[in-house]
Design a protein around this ligand. Structure first.
Ligand code: SAH
Length: 227
């Protein structure tokens, strides 16, 4: 499968079966045990990133680009902290859900939401964040995406990905990630060394890192800042 197909498959997945599945996982209604585990893990990733942003004490002054924002799990709390948030996602259904969630919380103009492929994003932001998106793309594509995201970031880029070291564990459990009819995209793991190398060649260095692991969810989080 070539990379163009990967992107089409991902977009269609998140506009159809994937939308229903992930909206539920990223919600608070009833889900099965595996989905609950993934929800818990993902929330830990979101909380880690929010912790980093808040620890710096200047969040309200920043512009943040949340690329592949999903249903707004990170964008919404960041906007509530006062930062200006530009949220985008390739799936119009995910963006629609994110907008609804923001509106229900009284957030009218911030975040701003856009249906857009992250590779088509332009502009400059203090911080660019891309959580749990790269898992949908093979290594050579993920690297190009990171390079583009880095070009949008004046100061900082925060990424998460499924690390290659957990490959076997994940492969054993992969059926649980996308069970039954939802099984329409595959999960790619990435080598941290390759990602760090690309970040360094874009002029960044790693400042903070974290790892979220639950039974079915693995996410390595890197914060890279301009040298
Ligand atoms: N970052 C969010 C959502 C993660 S789910 C969070 O952590 O809560 C992955 C999301 O990436 C989906 O909403 C999917 O539509 C989006 N996505 C996948 N490929 C993308 C691309 N090329 N450009 C923008 N968004 C993309």
């Amino acid at each position: 499968m070539n990379v163009v197909d990967d992107k089409t498959v991902v977009r269609e997945y998140f506009n159809q079966t994937g939308f229903d599945r992930w909206r539920r996982i990223y919600g608070d209604g009833e889900v099965n045990k595996v989905q609950l585990d993934i929800r818990t893990g993902h929330q830990q990733t979101v909380d880690t990133v929010l912790g980093w942003l808040n620890d710096d004490g200047n969040l309200a002054e920043l512009t943040i680009c949340d690329a592949g924002c999903g249903v707004g799990s990170l964008s919404i709390p960041i906007a509530q902290s006062g930062a200006k948030v530009f949220s985008s996602d390739i799936s119009e259904k995910m963006v629609g859900e994110a907008k609804e969630r923001a509106t229900a919380l009284g957030l009218a103009n911030n975040p701003t939401f856009l249906v857009q492929d992250l590779e088509e994003l332009s502009g400059k932001y203090h911080t660019v964040i891309c959580l749990d998106v790269l898992i949908h793309y093979p290594a050579e594509k993920a690297i190009v995406m990171i390079e583009h995201l880095a070009s949008l970031a004046d100061d900082r880029l925060i990424l998460s990905f499924a690390p290659k070291t957990f490959l076997l564990t994940i492969l054993k459990r992969i059926g649980e990630f996308f069970p039954g009819p939802s099984k329409t995209t595959r999960a790619y793991q990435h080598r941290e060394a390759e990602i760090v190398k690309m970040l360094e060649s874009c002029g960044f260095k790693i400042k903070r890192d974290a790892m979220t692991s639950t039974s079915f969810y693995f996410s390595r989080i890197l914060e890279a800042v301009r040298r």
